[in-house]
Design a protein around this ligand. Structure first.
Ligand SMILES: [Fe+2]
Length: 207
């Protein structure tokens, strides 16, 4: 009989705002309350089942096995939770200007904040899912990575600093196919203080 662990449900993070300039309640609330919360529930469900079978499964196989499917969806659901939390938390009504360490890092690694914003604009059009501004601890610099699926395209040994969701569900209610306009709205609402707080959490590891 497999050893089971009592799983604690992961807490759902509340949406900090009901609407943002350029993003309506009808756009934001289902994104948070249905899609994001759905990932939280599924991530918990997957962990629950893994705790029952991971150490005791028999006949595990890389073509098809319940354990394989759970392990694949574990990273999909967990990243679905983490990326959405970072996205919602790095927005605030009207935004605030980049300052402090993140401004210095953007200027050092991208020449200027505006130059990085142009990278974000283009990467946001190139991605099918996510754009992530990360600090890469291997390169010791900021990098901007894109991801088409929650568990593909990520690079390990990086700190997530800012996340842009470019799945159509993030903007279609308000912008239809106007992704460029949505990205401009996102930029106007970036909470750079939150981004700086993420930099500070890394202490001297970011240099
Ligand atoms: Fe999303």
């Amino acid at each position: 009989m497999a050893q089971t662990t009592q799983m604690k449900p992961r807490p759902v993070k509340a949406l900090k705002y009901e609407e943002l300039p350029g993003l309506s309640k009808d756009q934001l609330t289902p994104h948070h309350d249905v899609l994001y919360v759905g990932y939280v529930k599924k991530a918990d469900q997957i962990q629950e089942r893994l705790s029952e079978i991971e150490s005791a499964a028999q006949g595990v196989n890389a073509t098809y096995h319940e354990l394989r499917e759970l392990k694949m969806e574990e990273t999909f659901a967990t990243n679905g939770v983490r990326l959405h939390e970072a996205y919602f938390e790095n927005l605030t009504p009207g935004g605030n200007p980049p300052a402090g360490r993140i401004k210095d890092l953007l200027e050092r690694d991208y020449g200027s904040v505006e130059n990085w914003l142009n990278c974000l604009r283009n990467d946001g059009m190139a991605a099918r899912g996510w754009v992530v501004l990360a600090y890469d601890f291997e390169d010791n610099r900021l990098q901007t990575y894109i991801s088409d699926v929650h568990n593909q395209g990520g690079v390990w040994n990086c700190m997530t600093l800012l996340v842009l969701d470019v799945y159509e569900h993030a903007y279609f209610v308000d912008y239809k196919t106007g992704r460029k306009d949505y990205i401009e709205t996102f930029i106007k609402n970036i909470d750079w203080a939150e981004v700086n707080a993420r930099v500070e959490r890394c202490g001297s590891a970011i240099r």
